[in-house]
Design a protein around this ligand. Structure first.
Ligand code: GLU
Length: 266
């Protein structure tokens, strides 16, 4: 069988998606140590000559905490406000951390409507290509203060897959709170078996992707599998793995078996 992890070593353009559960503590405050490790590792990958695009979640949770709200609001306008406050906080911290490691970041807030519109899409691509040409690390989130109802992706898994496809990335890494895909929920079933390689996302794979148990993010394993399906069909390899230790990204680039790899369709 082909060693799929070997393929990854040559990836040049890499989209990394990091979920709310990886970026925040249970208190709803930012996990600064983890964000620092992530910024250092991504900066170092950039120093190795890779093109890095970061898709971040965490804005709503950070905003909810900063506004002193007791829980994630159900009221849409409050959620919009929280996203606006939290996005600012997130970027402030990212800017500081990446600057510490000698890198410039930029903010790109996208919506489903924008990525689906042909004209807007080419504007986005131009902006991204220019940022990358200038060795900048674009940091993307959905524009949750304006994207509501039918124009929303709602989870950043699909947003990361669409962005990776628009930019013809070589690799999409989805960092989450579980090591990868299991054949049943490992938190409920001690016999759950890890699936290291998925050659084709068929009905059986979609069936085993029960919701992951994270309380803070919006996506479960199902949204990640749907995102992986889009990316692999656009020729992009996908890895879903645990974001707990961002330094594991080095192992991925060394071709070591980390997480579940979904092989790109050739
Ligand atoms: N865009 C949302 C935020 O930044 C997160 C969506 C998701 O959890 O995937 O709060």
């Amino acid at each position: 069988m082909e060693n799929y992890y070997e393929r990854i070593k040559s990836a040049e353009r890499i989209v990394i998606k990091v979920g709310t559960s990886t970026l925040t503590h249970k208190t709803g405050k930012l996990n600064l140590r983890r964000m620092d490790k992530l910024a250092m590792t991504l900066s170092d990958m950039k120093n190795q000559g890779k093109e890095i695009i970061l898709v971040t979640s965490g804005a709503i949770t950070a905003g909810v905490t900063k506004m002193g709200l007791k829980e994630r609001p159900k009221e849409v306008r409050l959620s919009q406000a929280a996203a606006s406050v939290g996005q600012c906080e997130l970027m402030f911290i990212y800017d500081k951390l990446f600057a510490q490691y000698g890198h410039v970041v930029s903010q790109m807030l996208l919506t489903k409507e924008i990525t689906e519109d042909e004209k807007f899409r080419s504007n986005i691509i131009n902006a991204f290509e220019t940022l990358l040409e200038y060795k900048i690390i674009p940091i993307i989130n959905e524009n949750d203060s304006v994207a509501i109802d039918e124009i929303v992706y709602g989870d950043n898994d699909m947003l990361s897959a669409v962005t990776a496809s628009l930019l013809h990335a070589d690799l999409l890494i989805i960092l989450t709170d579980i090591d990868g895909l299991y054949d049943s929920n490992p938190q409920e079933n001690v016999d759950a078996r890890f699936i290291p390689v998925v050659e084709s996302i068929d009905d059986a794979i979609e069936a085993v992707a029960g919701d992951s148990l994270s309380g803070v993010g919006t996506g479960g394993m199902i949204t990640k599998i749907s995102a992986a399906k889009v990316a692999v069909s656009n020729g992009i390899n996908v890895i879903i793995t645990n974001g707990e230790t961002p330094e594991k990204l080095y192992d991925i680039l060394d071709g070591k078996p980390v997480g579940t790899i979904f092989a790109a369709k050739k």
